[in-house]
Every structure is written in structure tokens, then in C-alpha cells.
Design a protein around this ligand. Structure first.
Ligand code: CP
Ligand code: NVA
Length: 305
């Protein structure tokens, strides 16, 4: 039976904690792993641009002794109408795992259902679980080394997008308080309604309420990949989202030792002020680095190594 990594909600706390422990051990150097994926090949399919996911997966694959294969979907027969199912079956005969960044979440579930090898989610329109695992690892390093998050409060600001969805799933599994400050028109996907009903997850249209006593303040671009207008022209969304910017006055409402997180790429002056992005409470570079470590642990978990 293959083990996919498609969504955080697919796993229990003990399983995700074991992955995080493994990531911490590999990062610290206490766990040699240069041969851990020896003789394995991992294909990465990209339907959308990437800097962090592309580089961190490729470097991580090499650091564990495996061979990475980067495939752009428009250069594959996928781009000319070959089905996802046929692609899954063919790749299963060549490589040992697939990481895919795709536009529609249904594509990854279709791929996984026809592949006989593990499939890892490198971002869909609905979720970004590898990112939020890196975020949880970063939160643990700074705020909760024991991986007990029960006293933590995370506040999300802005678009109720794919990254927000994975944070919602993480709050459901790990049990931390998650307060989302989002414009009512841009709330999370209705498929998450059952999690939004949990007592530790709330939604408000008032950013200052969500910020109060927060340990972590997190946001993301106003305009995700694939949205019309591109990152620099989010049109009407700008007006809706501007009140949710994380800036110095919002940070001041949180705990004095609160941290600022962002999956990157960040657009200074839009979802967060430059002063916050580049300020003393920002942990964005550590967060980005942790993509490498946690994804190595996710690959080892899926490949049972
Ligand atoms: N955060 C993130 O996934 O970045 P990339 O789009 O650069 O991969
Ligand atoms: N929400 C963003 C995340 C980018 C890493 C997007 O989907 O474009």
C-alpha cells in the first residue's frame, strides 16, 4: 500500500509529530541520511512556477542520495491531452515517488488514485501541506520545542486560500487556537466547514480581534497563482484585503514575543508592511529553510525509509 502526502488532515497528530521529529533530527545533523533514499528517483511535476518548492525538494532529494527529475507539465504529453491516469501509470514504472504542484486539487487525487507509488502535494488550489508542515516545524523551534502546541494561538490574516486551508487542517490535528481574520467574501473553501466548526478555530472580519494575544501572525499573497490579473494587479481584492495587512500596529496587539510568518513570495506593502517582513519578529528565512528539512522527512515517510 502506497503512502501519499496530500493533506495534513489525512494524518493523526502522532504521525505528523514523528515526521517533525525526523525533520528536526536531520536538520540538527544527529541523523545521518546521505544514503536514506539511495537508488530512488523522485519526479517533480510543475504546472505552476516555484522557487522554494522546486529547489528545496531537489536539494533534499540529492541530500538523501536519490535522483530528482524535474518535469514541467507543459513539456509533457499531459500538456497535449494525455490523461492523468495514464501519466500516473507510466511514471509508476519509472520512478519511486512523485511530487506535484498543480492547479486543481482533483488532479492530485486522480494522480494518486492511479499511481502505484507515493504522491506528494507541492501545492494545489486547495492546499499546501508541505508549507504548513515547515511552518509548524518553525513554530516548534521558536515557541514549542516539545511539539506541544496546546497553549499556542496562531492568527491568519487575509485571503482564506490554499495555505490558510492547510493551517486550518493543522489546527484541527495539533489542537492550537487558530483565529482567521478574513473578509467574509474570501473565507475558506466550504469543504472545510466541518473543521471551521471546531472550538479551537474561529473566523472574524476584525483583524485586531484575531491579533490579540497571538503567538504567531501569518498571512499570504492577496493573489494566488492562477488568479486573473497576476500578483501585481489583484483588482477588487486589493480593496477587500487591505484592512487585513499585517503591519506594525497589528503586530503591537499580539504578544510581545509574537513571530511573523509568511510562506513567500511576499509582496511588501500589500499583505504585510516592509517593516514587519524585514523586522526583528519575522522568521520567514527560517521558515523557508525548514521546507528542505521537513520535506526530506515527508519523503522518507512516504517511501518508508
Ligand atoms: N512557498 C512556496 O511554496 O514557494 P514557491 O512558490 O517558490 O515554491
Ligand atoms: N497562495 C499562494 C502560495 C504560493 C506559495 C499561491 O497559491 O500562489
Amino acid at each position: 500500500m502506497t503512502v501519499d502526502f496530500i493533506d495534513i488532515a489525512d494524518f493523526d497528530q502522532a504521525t505528523l509529530t514523528a515526521i517533525l521529529d525526523d525533520a528536526v533530527a536531520m536538520k540538527s545533523g544527529t541523523k545521518p541520511h546521505g544514503e536514506r533514499l539511495a537508488h530512488q528517483t523522485v519526479a517533480m511535476i510543475f504546472e505552476k512556477p516555484s522557487t522554494r518548492t522546486r529547489v528545496s525538494f531537489e536539494v533534499g532529494i540529492r541530500q538523501m542520495g536519490a535522483v530528482p527529475l524535474v518535469l514541467k507539465s507543459e513539456e509533457m504529453q499531459l500538456g497535449r491531452g494525455e490523461t492523468i491516469a495514464d501519466t500516473a501509470k507510466v511514471l509508476s514504472g519509472y520512478v519511486d515517488a512523485i511530487m506535484i504542484r498543480t492547479s486543481r486539487h482533483e488532479i492530485i487525487t486522480e494522480l494518486a488514485s492511479h499511481a502505484t507509488i507515493p504522491v506528494i502535494n507541492g501545492l494545489t488550489d486547495r492546499s499546501h501541506p508541505c508549507q504548513v508542515m515547515a511552518d509548524i516545524m518553525t513554530m516548534a523551534e521558536i515557541k514549542a520545542p516539545s511539539l506541544d502546541f496546546s497553549a499556542m494561538k496562531v492568527a491568519w490574516f487575509g485571503d482564506g486560500n490554499n495555505v490558510a486551508a492547510s493551517w486550518i487542517e493543522a489546527a484541527a490535528v495539533f489542537g492550537f487556537q487558530l483565529d482567521l481574520a478574513v473578509p467574509p467574501a474570501l473565507g475558506p473553501d466550504s469543504s472545510l466547514d466541518h473543521l471551521m466548526a471546531l472550538p479551537n478555530i474561529t473566523m472574524t472580519a476584525k483583524p485586531e480581534d484575531a491579533a490579540i494575544d497571538a503567538d504567531v501572525l501569518v498571512t499570504d499573497t492577496w493573489s494566488s497563482m492562477g488568479m486573473p490579473g497576476g500578483y501585481s494587479n489583484s483588482g477588487d481584492r486589493q480593496g477587500l484585503l487591505r484592512p487585513y495587512q499585517i503591519n506594525e500596529s497589528l503586530m503591537a496587539k499580539a504578544k510581545a514575543d509574537a513571530i511573523f510568518m509568511h510562506c513567500l513570495p511576499v509582496y511588501r506593502g500589500q499583505e504585510a508592511s516592509a517593516g514587519v517582513v524585514d523586522g526583528a519578529q519575522s522568521v520567514i528565512w527560517q521558515e523557508a529553510e525548514n521546507r528542505l528539512h521537513v520535506q526530506k522527512a515527508i519523503m522518507a515517510f512516504c517511501l518508508k525509509r
